[in-house]
Design a protein around this ligand. Structure first.
Ligand SMILES: [Zn+2]
Length: 498
């Protein structure tokens, strides 16, 4: 299929997208046993009779996992159920030796939430995405097909079996692949801020399945294409690409066959990232195929209002609240607040420290974005290890603001502070940079005026911009001068000449 030549116009249909996200909770141990959840251990070294499902072993719920899940659900505006239970989801697969997964079926611990996403750059309007439910379940193991060097075999690693997962299911409220990606970014940011999960997709801590179909106006009615569930997307970028491909594919298929929702079954397709296409997979089981029944080895969980209130109080500030707070406290734009908050809590703390020291949010935000963030992007590393601490940067920014040196000089000093770990005073000393005194400035400007009668005549004739010629010469004579001060002083002197 050549999607490039048949790219449909966006007004031809509405794209309907819902997401199902599995997030690994940040616990040291598994959901129903004491085995470690540390990533990267040799295969099958983090297992015990419980997570292997050996006869006679009994699961015990990890309270820490449950508390983290409550925190996530509250942050997603969900209602917490006062009574919740566990169910067995039965299916056979080599990486599930128990033959069932402990999950939650008809009484999930939370439901009816929402998470809003907006784009301060204005690519799409703000959108509230409703969340149907958030429930807890244990992960299965991992099958590794042909992953051992060149051998056509399959191996099973059960280290993951029993790892606590939160499953977050949205209503189909998203309307474009770009929105879906932005919403996932917001979800990830939220869960990382609250310490619920590290959301590391490479390590499998966050996995996404997406449901998509098209609503196509045909005369008076809306034709709906069959819903497709896309799997195997290993980055948010892949999610956006897969959904973009799939929307175009469904449009083509509908034009060719007219297949509609209800007349053909729900399909599962896998994303082939290198090829950039989705491919049909096995028929997806209906929930009745899993023969859910209540888990007899675990007691139901009751959650009191007091426990919910305590969890809410201990939750910490989610990104939405923090963005508003930064914008209000420091008089910075929504866009600036967004850039800072999206970098994570440590960077926000650094910014708040810097802004408080210099007493000016916008100036602090400019230095954060133009200098600190740019440096982090170029060099890598985290703000925690950034060599220039907020007090040292505040010293530099304060001196630039006072006119001790101009911004470009300030940047040179910043670079030298980064390279040498020196303070502003030490760098200024070693670079031979000194603030230029008033007398020195006055004699320099007088000298420039005397040497440039043409510029003086132009300025007197009303062309103030001609004074720019004097600044270049002043910088040559003394690189430490502040261009703004030179300009103001020269204009003053010329005016005094009458
Ligand atoms: Zn175990």
């Amino acid at each position: 299929m050549n999607t490039a030549s048949t790219q449909p116009a966006s007004e031809d249909y509405t794209t309907i997208i819902g997401l199902e996200v599995h997030v690994q909770l940040q616990t040291k141990t598994k959901l129903f046993c004491g085995c470690s959840t540390t990533f990267g251990a040799p295969p099958n070294t983090q297992v015990c009779p419980v997570c292997l499902g050996l006869p006679g072993s009994l699961p015990v719920m990890n309270r820490r996992a449950f508390d983290l899940a409550i925190r996530a659900a509250l942050a997603l505006d969900c209602t917490i159920a006062p009574f919740t239970k566990w169910d067995r989801k039965n299916y056979y697969y080599p990486d599930l030796p128990k033959g069932y997964q402990i999950s939650q079926y008809d009484l999930p611990f939370s439901s009816d939430g929402a998470l809003e996403v907006s784009d301060p750059k204005g690519a799409f309007a703000s959108r509230k995405v409703r969340i149907i439910r958030v429930h807890l379940e244990e992960d299965a193991g991992k099958s590794m097909h042909d992953e051992a060097a060149g051998k056509a075999d399959s191996r099973i690693d059960l280290n993951r079996a029993g790892t606590p997962l939160c499953e977050i299911v949205t209503q189909p409220d998203l309307r474009s692949p770009q929105e879906a990606r932005a919403w996932l970014n917001e979800l990830k940011l939220l869960l990382v801020y609250l310490g619920v999960s590290d959301c590391n997709m490479q390590e499998g801590s966050l996995r996404v399945d997406a449901n998509i179909n098209l609503h196509i106006p045909v005369g008076e009615r809306i034709a709906k294409t069959p819903i497709v569930e896309i799997k195997n997307m290993n980055s948010f970028r892949s999610v956006e690409r897969a959904l973009t491909y799939e929307a175009a594919r469904q449009w083509e298929e509908w034009r060719a066959t007219g297949a509609e929702l209800g007349t053909s079954p729900k399909q599962t397709r896998g994303w082939d990232d290198p090829a950039g296409v989705t491919r049909a997979q096995r028929h997806k089981e209906e929930s009745s195929d899993y023969r859910y029944f209540p888990e007899p080895d675990l007691v139901p969980v009751t959650v009191s209002e007091a426990e919910v209130a305590a969890a809410r109080a201990a939750m910490g500030e989610p990104p939405t609240v923090l963005r508003r707070k930064l914008a209000e406290t420091w008089s910075i734009s929504a866009y600036d607040a967004d850039v800072l908050v999206n970098q994570g809590r440590d960077l926000v703390s650094y910014f708040e420290d810097l802004a408080a020291r210099i007493g000016e949010g916008k100036l602090a935000s400019n230095w954060m974005q133009q200098d600190v963030l740019r440096t982090l992007n170029e060099r890598g590393g985290s703000i925690k290890d950034f060599p220039i601490r907020p007090d040292a940067l505040a010293d530099l920014v304060g001196r630039v603001r006072n006119g001790d040196f101009d911004t470009s000089r300030g940047r040179e000093i910043f670079a030298e502070m980064l390279a040498s770990n020196k303070t502003v005073a030490e760098v200024v000393g070693s670079m031979g940079i000194a603030a230029v005194g008033d007398d020195e400035m006055l004699s320099l400007c007088r000298e420039l005026i005397a040497a440039n009668p043409k510029i003086v005549a132009d300025v007197k004739g009303g062309k103030e911009q001609a004074a720019a010629g004097l600044i270049g010469q002043a910088k040559k004579k003394n690189p430490n001068v502040n261009p703004g001060k030179v300009r103001a002083l020269c204009l003053d002197l010329i005016r005094q000449m009458g």
